[in-house]
Design a protein around this ligand. Structure first.
Ligand code: FES
Length: 121
């Protein structure tokens, strides 16, 4: 199993790690495959994701996926975020090994869950 340079870059130097202050959207998801956990927090203003951060207790692929996903979504609309799939994250990372695909699914689920919570108010 070999990680791409993009994966290693995001794993060794993850972006947007932590918790957004004054977040109005949050969701934590656990992976049934491995038991790892990912939390996303966001501040959404006028349907734009002004800030987004993650905390991941998981593998390198999960950390790289969350780092990449948050970079892709900062400043984007909620509608764009809902359209983003784990495949988009994998492409941006230059690929993930087959047995690590589920790690990127965590990022998609955490993002969609946070937005759903936001919409529920
Ligand atoms: Fe658990 Fe990657 S192995 S998220």
């Amino acid at each position: 199993m070999i990680y791409t340079d993009k994966v290693m870059e995001n794993f060794n130097n993850p972006q947007n790690m932590g918790v957004v202050e004054n977040a109005n959207a949050a969701y934590t998801v656990g992976s049934p495959e491995c038991g790892d956990i990912m939390e996303m927090t966001m501040r959404i203003e006028n349907d734009v994701i002004e800030d987004i951060k993650f905390r991941t207790f998981g593998c390198a692929a999960a950390i790289a996926s969350s780092s990449m996903a948050t970079q892709m979504l900062k400043g984007k609309s909620v509608a764009d975020a809902l359209k983003m799939t784990n495949d988009d994250v994998i492409k941006a990372l230059g690929g993930l090994p087959a047995q690590k695909i589920h790690c990127s699914v965590l990022a998609e689920e955490a993002i969609k869950g946070a937005i759903e919570n936001y919409k529920k108010g």
